[in-house]
Design a protein around this ligand. Sequence first.
Ligand code: CU
Length: 146
Amino acid sequence: MDKYEKRVLYTGIVLMAIFLGAILYSSKVMGDDLPECLPGDALAYDKGEVTQLDEKTYQIKYIAKMWAFEPRVVEIPRGAEVDIFLTSKDVVHGFLIENTTVNMMAVYGALNKITYRFDKPGTYRIVCHEYCGVGHQDMAGVIIVK
Ligand SMILES: [Cu+2]
């Protein structure tokens, strides 16, 4: 093996170890909640809704469908910690909340979950970032943090 090939190979192995270490550090030490994928063979729920669990804890069950998110508008107080559940009624959709780290895929038959705390007040747009059909550009929602 050529010495340059060996360098590239070792560099790749070192970078993979660094990236894996960064993911584990983020998850275990910093407590970041990595998205989970809970498999299922049907819709976990058939209606999008917001539930207030206590003063600062909310649960939002989102359904992505051609071509909207349900619920479309959600209002929560500043500092709310939100468990966001996401599933799809039909095809694969994207789910990105702008200016946050929330970025998931909505897949029929699967339930995704992430927890996020909204510390800054404002209007957070939700967009579909996976081309899902002719009405894709109309897929939007909003979370208003007061
Ligand atoms: Cu889309």
